[in-house]
Design a binder for this molecule. Structure first.
Ligand SMILES: Nc1ncnc2c1ncn2[C@@H]1O[C@H](COP(=O)(O)OP(=O)(O)OP(=O)(O)O)[C@@H](O)[C@H]1O
Ligand SMILES: [Mg+2]
Ligand SMILES: [Zn+2]
Length: 335
């Protein structure tokens, strides 16, 4: 186990949770200062909770039960009053509670699964991000299906220019739909993998980000890296002693592996063998892959072994991005 990554993230979680608790406490105090009646009710509730705990230690069972039921009723009563009070002053109940990033584990990083303690999916994903240096993953807050802007794609049908018989807008609309279907069916064996091809600045990385975000929102695990960094990382795992093999195996195991910018890596025989071993193994185990590249199909055939590529291509759905460089458009518009 890569204890460094685990320890580092555990520490981050402790800080994150403490901050959520402290923020909630500050919010509560400010609200109680403004609405003292709420504060009194909260106090009453806390006192009662203490009494309930003390009562559990009582010896005579019959009275204990009666008292317990009685106090439980009182507690519910106070809760109702608090709710009513909050409603009348227009404050959402959630404002009093800590705002945890993960509602699944309340930022503890662990969950209880039928009596056994397990790492929460959010924690395991953070370990992957750390191990695979996935700093690019932070981009998913900006580049996702909610911010996806079809307006950057021309409505003109221009076969000469774009090489297809529909407009770039129609084209990207259907690719977007394919992408959404892909996420929904990522575990389905009949779902094909995705290959994004197309010139620079047409939104391949943007859409890969959007897919990554949706996967993570669905509590799926993702390794997402550009080909050069990914290949270096693989070589590091493979050939450096003491490398954390359990993290290496994640490459075969995560729900989705995204390799961005295939073709920009420097290829060696070792890397080549390793890359196709990874892709093959994942295909055999029905683990999905998304590859994006600037290369044309012909260039892919030239760069990699033609036989390998042609077999692989059959397992991928090819999405060809067309249009005008959005990066340039944005530069012109100053956004
Ligand atoms: N659908 C979209 N809505 C809004 N902005 C977009 C969209 N698609 C792409 N962009 C923006 O356009 C720029 C280029 O997009 P992106 O990086 O995804 O292109 P690319 O196809 O991956 O290019 P390259 O082949 O050079 O890697 C980025 O700034 C990105 O945020
Ligand atoms: Mg890109
Ligand atoms: Zn969690």
């Amino acid at each position: 186990m890569d204890s460094d990554a685990y320890l580092k993230i555990k520490k981050e979680y402790d800080i994150k949770r403490e901050k959520a608790l402290a923020d909630a406490k500050a919010r509560r105090e400010a609200i109680y200062l403004k609405y003292p009646k709420l504060g009194e009710l909260e106090n009453e509730k806390n006192m009662l909770a203490i009494k309930i705990t003390q009562n559990i230690l009582r010896l005579d069972e019959l009275n204990r039960q009666i008292e317990q039921d009685n106090m439980q009723l009182k507690l519910e009563n106070i809760d109702k009053k608090i709710e009513k009070e909050l409603k009348s002053i227009g404050i959402d109940k959630e404002e009093l509670e800590p705002n945890y990033e993960c509602k699944n584990c309340n930022d503890t990083g662990v969950i209880n699964n039928n009596g056994t303690t397990e790492y929460c999916h959010c924690f395991l994903q953070k370990v992957i991000n750390e191990t695979y240096k996935q700093t690019n993953i932070s981009k998913i807050d900006e580049e996702n299906f909610d911010t996806f802007d079809l307006g950057f794609y021309s409505n003109n049908v221009d076969y000469e220019k774009y090489g297809i018989k529909k407009s770039p807008r129609q084209n990207i609309e259907s690719i977007k739909k394919i992408a959404l279907d892909f996420v929904d069916n990522v575990d389905n064996p009949s779902q094909k993998n995705l290959l994004f091809v197309g010139n620079t600045g047409l939104g391949k990385t943007f859409l890969a980000n959007a897919i990554a975000k949706k996967m993570l929102d669905n509590a799926k695990s993702v390794i997402y890296q550009t080909a050069p960094i990914f290949m270096d990382k693989i070589m590091e795992f493979k050939f450096s002693q003491g490398a954390d093999k359990s993290q290496y195996y994640k490459i075969f195991d995560v729900d989705l592996l995204i390799i961005d910018d295939l073709g920009t890596e420097t290829m060696t025989n070792n890397k080549y063998t390793e890359l196709f071993n990874i892709i093959n193994t994942r295909l055999l185990n029905n683990k999905k892959i998304l590859i994006s590249t600037n290369l044309t199909l012909n260039e892919l055939y030239e760069r990699y072994d033609e036989r390998v590529i042609s077999r692989l291509i059959g397992e991928f759905r090819i999405c060809k991005f067309v249009g005008d460089d959005i990066r340039l458009k944005k530069k012109r518009l100053n956004i």
